[in-house]
Ligand binder design. Structure first.
Ligand code: SIN
Length: 279
């Protein structure tokens, strides 16, 4: 049966129905999902009442295989599934509230990320996505030309080093985050990248995991990255994803930024996450 794809009407995002992700997927269905994913950048699958961790793993493998997940412990009994978890009474700062592209500081950042709803609060907890192909396309030509020449320096230090936001002083967090001195390592990527599958140009990652620009003084680089951060997350590039129980979403880290939002104080929220390796 053919899948149905309904675009969100926002800068990216689409809902896919007509597929049961708990069953074995035909190659033609996988191809149709991949096509929709590349076109809409974020796809959601509502009503997946039979989806469990086994099905999440099978789907991740079908979409390209498991990526590396540093600084998280997996959930018990699994190697590649992490829990994005916040208990109802948790007081620690929200996890992943700043815009980012997952693990962009790795030499081979993941192509995509899957999140499966486990416990969805009745209000709040939306995930926001910002389309970085649209953000790049909307820049003036001279700015595009300048940005194409730049190499960004990425690092996880502000988040996952022992003195980072999720480091030793981060108390009372229910997520299994494991800070490590290796988070201080750096890795470079072009600031503007051609999408390996669609050929479109996108701004890749943003201030936060990007800590500087090669050959540029820190003050100048921070000013540029801060200005770009505001541009990259403008309302016109954003898709607001509202969660439902029994829903899986899949996004493309090469073409979108994302961030978590709050607004569900007093409620538990849990999602199971896998990353899809780049090839
Ligand atoms: C994430 O960045 O993986 C989590 C997003 C969310 O909690 O909405």
């Amino acid at each position: 049966m053919a899948i149905t794809v309904e675009p969100s009407g926002q800068s990216c995002g689409a809902r896919i129905t007509g597929v049961n992700l708990a069953s074995e997927l035909a190659p033609s269905t996988v191809a149709a999902i991949r096509k929709a994913w590349l076109e809409h950048r974020v796809v959601s699958f509502p009503g997946q009442t039979r989806m469990d961790d086994d099905a999440l793993e099978r789907f991740t493998v079908a979409m390209g295989g498991f990526g590396e997940d540093p600084f998280f412990d997996p959930i018990p009994g699994r190697t590649h599934i992490a829990a994005i978890l916040r208990e109802a009474d948790e007081q620690s700062p929200l996890f992943a509230e700043n815009w980012h592209s997952d693990w962009s500081f790795l030499p081979r950042p993941p192509a995509g990320t899957c999140l499966l709803s486990i416990d969805i609060p009745p209000v709040g907890g939306d995930t926001l996505f910002a389309n970085q192909i649209a953000a790049f396309n909307a820049l003036p030509d001279d700015r595009k030309a300048q940005l194409r020449t730049l190499t960004a320096i990425h690092s996880a230090r502000a988040a996952y080093a022992p003195d980072g936001a999720y480091g030793e002083k981060d108390e009372g967090r229910s997520m299994a985050i494991r800070p490590d001195p290796s988070a201080r390592e750096t890795c470079t990527h072009p600031l503007v990248q051609r999408h390996p599958e669609t050929g479109e140009e996108a701004l890749f990652s943003c201030f936060g995991y990007i800590i500087g620009i090669e050959g540029m003084a820190d003050a100048e680089a921070i000013a540029l990255l801060t200005e770009l951060y505001h541009w990259q997350s403008r309302e016109e590039f954003v898709y607001r994803h509202q969660w439902e129980p029994d829903m899986l979403i899949l996004w493309d880290n090469r073409s979108v930024l994302h961030r978590a939002t709050g607004g569900y104080e007093g409620h538990r929220r849990e999602l199971h996450r896998t990353t899809i390796a780049a090839h």
